[in-house]
Design a protein around this ligand. Structure first.
Ligand code: PLP
Length: 475
């Protein structure tokens, strides 16, 4: 650290973050930087210095080069993708975890970290109103993955293990097993299907006029595949699709899965956090029949990335699929079967201490604090939906939880142009999706630094930008 003490360096980090958050709250920074590829690289040192530099010089470069070159995900007018909003408590927990540097791939390499993670996931499941079968006190249990993508991948492994009666470990997929989802499932679902050797998923149509899986069509497809000698291994549903935050009808889908013995995974990466409020629990109706469920705490639960909470109803299907026991990992505690070894719940061997930041968030905000956060974001989304509805020339396409989807009336080209012109302002970010060939802009409200005033300002910018776009042909 040069002449700086660790304490003073951490003090400067705290100052950088406090200044950063204040600059964002006051919208003193743009949302996206105005940069060309290579601009940032040109401002960085050419190579590793021969002799170490004082850490204060490195921190100065963070203020000078790094922060101005970032897309500011926590900015009130960052409305793209889905949010990422760590609260200060999460940052403190993450800092502590990085200093403790525990690697609890097994209980024996980190007993406190393992048991804390189990407890935190049980507590979070209760706070979200998830079914008892996911708790580690019974046959279920939770784990922190890095991402919703990892969660779906390990769910596929568990499903293949179960569907094949264990044969999959030795013989692979043998061209027999199938994964099902809709075209609205996140791209991580087909990716998991391909990585697992299942090829492209079978796409189930959506209910007319919605982006939700059609359970009848699912039934027909599974019946046809079973008759043809294929094995329906897993159905992946979404509680909150990426495109429009559509909620699949889990209860009806679960009934089909039960009939054909297929694993049911629920990807609630974004919307799952909303269930911390009892009035939003309808989104999880039927989840008591799911085999696995995942929510990204790094999206909407005030926790820094990466932090995906995943639960399974029967942990043995998962650990039997993933179990590895080379001699160097053997130990008495694992052999006793009395402990949880997270190496068998995930793809990597190492398991970082992610639970600490989540524990800090849960304890310092409390259930009521988390509910207040979600309710505030929902009120911002409701305000934006009203503003869209009241704006001539705009169409409110959908409003689900914190996501508002809109477009300009007329052909797609007008909305595409609106997006390009908004991008060029660098003062707002919205991201697109297409539904039934219609180009739509998504605004995901999630900044903990936002206010009703910032939502109104963001919408004023959209209207002002749209005013310069000529009327087109009706769509
Ligand atoms: N599922 C849904 C519904 C998402 O919206 C996203 C990302 O936005 C993902 C999965 C992928 O999440 P991750 O980046 O954690 O893999």
């Amino acid at each position: 650290l040069g002449d700086d003490s660790f304490r003073s360096a951490i003090g400067e980090v705290a100052a950088i973050l406090e200044d950063y958050w204040e600059d964002l709250r006051e919208e003193r920074l743009p949302v996206t930087p105005d940069l060309h590829p290579g601009d940032v690289r040109a401002m960085l040192p050419d190579c590793v210095p021969v002799h170490g530099e004082p850490i204060r010089d490195v921190l100065a470069d963070v203020r000078r080069v790094v922060i101005p070159g970032l897309v500011h995900w926590q900015h009130p007018s960052f409305l793209g993708y889905y949010p990422t909003q760590p609260s200060p408590a999460s940052v403190v927990g993450e800092l502590l975890a990085s200093g403790l540097a525990v690697q609890h791939m097994m209980w024996s390499t980190g007993p406190a970290a393992t048991e804390l993670e189990e407890a935190v996931l049980d507590h979070l499941a209760v706070a979200l109103g998830l079914p008892e079968r996911f708790l580690s006190t019974g046959d279920g249990g939770g784990v922190l993955q890095d991402s919703a993508s990892s969660a779906v991948l390990v769910a596929v492994a568990a499903a293949l293990y179960r569907a094949s009666g264990g044969r999959w470990r030795e013989h692979g997929t043998e061209g027999r097993y199938r994964l099902y989802c809709t075209d609205q499932a996140n791209s991580c679902v087909p990716k998991a299907s391909r990585i697992a050797g299942l090829g492209e998923p079978t796409q189930i149509p959506t209910l007319a006029g919605t982006c939700e899986m059609d359970p009848r069509a699912l039934h027909e497809q599974l019946a046809a595949d079973s008759a043809a000698g294929l094995v329906p291994a897993i159905v992946v549903t979404s509680v909150g699709t990426t495109g429009t935050c559509a909620i699949d009808p889990i209860a009806a889908v679960a009934a089909v899965c039960r009939e054909f013995g297929a694993w049911l995974h629920v990807d609630a990466a974004y919307a799952g956090s909303a269930a911390v409020c009892p009035e939003n629990r309808w989104i999880n109706e039927g989840v008591e029949h799911a085999d696995s469920y995942a929510v990204n705490c790094h999206k909407w639960l005030l926790t820094g990335p990466p932090c995906d909470a995943m639960w399974v109803a029967d942990r043995h299907s998962l650990t039997a699929a993933m179990d590895i026991r080379p001699p160097f990992l053997r130990n008495q505690a694992s052999d006793s079967g009395d402990v949880t070894d997270f190496r068998d719940w995930q793809v990597p061997l190492m398991h970082p201490f992610r639970a600490l930041k989540l524990w800090f968030v849960l304890r310092t905000h409390g259930v009521e604090g988390l509910r207040a956060h979600i309710r505030e974001q929902l009120s911002h989304a409701a305000l934006l939906a009203d503003l869209v509805r009241d704006s001539p020339g705009f169409e409110l396409v959908s409003h689900s939880l914190g996501l508002v989807c809109f477009r300009l009336t007329g052909d797609n080209a007008r909305t595409e142009r609106l997006r390009a012109e908004l991008d060029a302002t660098h003062r707002i970010l919205v991201t697109p999706t297409t539904v039934d060939g219609r180009y739509i802009l998504r605004a995901a409200l999630g900044s903990r630094l936002a206010s009703q005033a910032s939502v109104r300002n963001a919408w004023a910018l959209v209207r002002e930008t749209a005013a310069a776009i000529p009327e087109g042909r009706p769509a």
